[in-house]
Design a protein. Structure first.
Ligand code: NGQ
Ligand code: ZN
Length: 467
């Protein structure tokens, strides 16, 4: 039996044109918005949101298993005089962790992580999934076993997911053979496409589930294998999303120049039709020409500020890129934090600290930094998901957040200051009270419907992993 239309009345809601009053939201049984009507009449039969309503934020970059190692690598592992920890030494630790992941463990970690995301107001996630094989590198009976566990965890939590199985083929530029500790990740374009095909048959796409692919990085594929992957994807699902790690570390930029004769972003833009279906994650190290070219391409720059800060990556030229109308979105990546408010705050603070100015990412038509960054990352993040999300408009998913109007960060402020309070203030518990994903209220009064059970399972999985 199909359920009747559902609805919510909001005294204030953030629509594509900004804050509007008396907004009636209506959606169908599949979780798609049927109408969004400002200046509507409240009526007796319609539930009323307890506070201002925002669209849910897409999380454009996640490695779910890494949630279980958050907080466990914050010590100096390198020894000897002048020894430094860096991205690469962190990666060694992370690989040791990845080697221990089991299907059951991954399911429990992903389930808990996605609940944390929903509680934070992330209503979609793009999962850049690369641990595919058994501990010894051989295939599971179902080649898509681990990816399927992640898809199922998303379904159970209620979050929308774009599953991006990762092609990891080489250890470095010039088609270097994979390292032993990368054996769980390795595929050819053909085997990866087969894995994706298997997964698509077992778990067909629907309103909350989409597929794409992720060539891991230019280090991990070649020109030819990237081409083969994209051709295969287009045969299966034309225009599906493509995500890639692109220029996170100066060492990879140097290696790319040395073996390929160009910087990574330039190399990619010169050889492939990079457009709005692409998400370039960590385009951190780009020069002025690449900044202009990337902005012009229409691709989304995937920024993961808390992870990039945690790993000591560097600072993306956000100001110049936004001035040239570049698209952005945010992701929680390694999940050292799961909070888009912190991502947006740090995005601005990196610019403030390096330029010794304030309100760097404001623009002439959007003088409020939080409003500009929120709107930009909704739009770019939505594009990266390849799903109809990121805005309160007809046809989009009914994904939204209800703020606590009495929260100390926004109470007594005018609506024009609400997003500033939400993003920049760090006072006590989250101002996010309720969260709807696909029209279902999955977080009610800061609690997810399944959080106790999921947390117990997460702890059990973690205990097992850390044994
Ligand atoms: C990853 N993570 O794939 O998990 C990467 C590290 C790599 C981040 N870049 C591994 N944050 O890039 O080789
Ligand atoms: Zn990543």
């Amino acid at each position: 039996m199909t359920q009747a239309t559902q609805s919510l009345f909001a005294d204030h809601a953030f629509l594509p044109e900004g804050w509007r009053r008396n907004v009636l939201l209506q959606w169908n049984a599949h979780g798609a918005l049927l109408s969004v009507t400002p200046d509507a009449q409240a009526s007796a039969g319609v539930a009323r949101a307890s506070g201002p309503v925002l669209p849910g934020m897409p999380n454009l970059h996640s490695h779910a298993f890494q949630r279980a190692m958050a907080g466990l690598t914050e010590y100096r592992a390198a020894s000897g005089t002048g020894a430094t920890d860096n991205f690469w030494s962190w990666r060694d630790l992370m690989y040791r962790f990845a080697a221990r992941i089991t299907p059951e463990g991954l399911a429990s970690i992903a389930q808990w992580l996605y609940i944390e995301m929903l509680k934070a107001g992330y209503t979609s996630v793009c999962e850049f999934h690369y641990v595919h094989h058994m501990q010894d590198g051989s295939r599971y009976a179902n080649a898509a076993e681990l990816a399927q566990r992640v898809v199922d965890a998303a379904g159970a939590s209620g979050i929308g997911i774009t599953m991006l199985p990762v092609l990891y083929q080489y250890a470095g530029f010039g088609a270097q053979p994979p390292r032993d500790d990368q054996r769980r990740f390795i595929n050819t374009p053909e085997s990866l496409l087969t894995l994706l095909d298997t997964l698509r048959s077992a778990r067909p796409e629907h309103g909350a589930l989409r597929y794409g692919v992720a060539p891991h990085s230019l280090r991990a594929v070649s020109n030819d294998t990237l081409r083969a992957l994209l051709d295969g994807l287009d045969a299966m699902s034309p225009g599906a999303p493509v995500h890639i790690h692109i220029a996170e570390q100066t060492a990879e930029v140097d290696a790319c120049i040395e073996t390929e004769g160009a910087r990574p972003v330039q190399w990619l833009l010169d050889r492939f039709d990079v457009d709005a279906r692409w998400c370039l994650v960590h385009a951190t190290h780009i020069d002025a020409d690449e900044t202009t070219a990337l902005a012009k391409s229409g691709a989304v720059a995937g920024l993961c500020l808390t992870t990039e800060a945690n790993l000591g990556d560097g600072i993306f030229p956000t100001h110049d890129y936004l001035e040239q109308r570049g698209r952005i979105g945010v992701g929680s990546d390694s999940h050292i934090g799961v909070d888009w408010r912190a991502e947006l705050r740090l995005l601005e603070y990196g610019q403030r600290l390096s330029r010794r100015q304030r309100n760097v990412l404001a623009s002439a038509d959007m003088p409020r930094v939080a409003d500009r960054l929120f709107a930009a990352s909704l739009e770019g993040g939505a594009l990266a998901t390849g799903r109809a999300v990121g805005a309160l408009r007809t046809g989009a998913r009914a994904d939204f957040i209800v703020l606590d109007a009495n929260h100390a960060s926004i109470a007594e402020h005018g609506s024009d200051a609400w997003l500033s309070g939400v993003v920049f203030c760090e006072h006590g518990e989250t101002p996010i009270r309720d969260v709807y994903a696909g029209g279902l209220k999955v977080v009610d009064g800061r609690k997810h419907r399944d959080e106790e059970r999921a947390y117990a399972q997460y702890r059990a999985a973690l205990a097992e992993l850390l044994k």
